[in-house]
Design a protein. Structure first.
Length: 117
């Protein structure tokens, strides 16, 4: 079902401002593509705060990191925040993501990458 990830699994020197996305071979139910089913963890297994969108035209889910720590509550959602340099991240699309027929992914899909110094 997964046909590609960005960045690719085990990628090195990834730009800190690039997207984190997963492309699928079929449409998913957008209601099941959330920050609960698509997660990203960073250094020290720290969960990244962000938003998730699904583009039905390309069957691609994208995680965008937000910087809640430096944005006052009145201005949330917070602006996009770059990833930390020279750090390893792991993205996971979990089995809570379902296709339009209600079928779950056969298993969670995880990939890791390291950002540029």
């Amino acid at each position: 079902m997964v046909v590609g990830t960005s960045p690719a699994n085990a990628a090195q020197d990834v730009a800190i401002g690039g997207p984190i996305s997963v492309a699928l071979s079929e449409a998913l139910d957008p209601a099941t593509i959330t920050t609960e089913t698509f997660t990203v963890t960073g250094p020290g297994a720290r969960a990244m705060i962000g938003t998730v969108t699904f583009d039905p035209a390309s069957n691609t889910a994208t995680f965008t990191r937000l910087n809640h720590l430096t944005t006052p509550v009145a201005f949330r959602p917070a602006p996009v925040s770059d990833l930390d340099a020279n750090s390893t991240y792991t993205a996971v699309l979990g089995t809570g993501a379902r296709d339009m027929a209600g079928n779950a992914l056969p298993g969670a899909v995880a990939w890791s990458f390291t950002t540029a110094p």
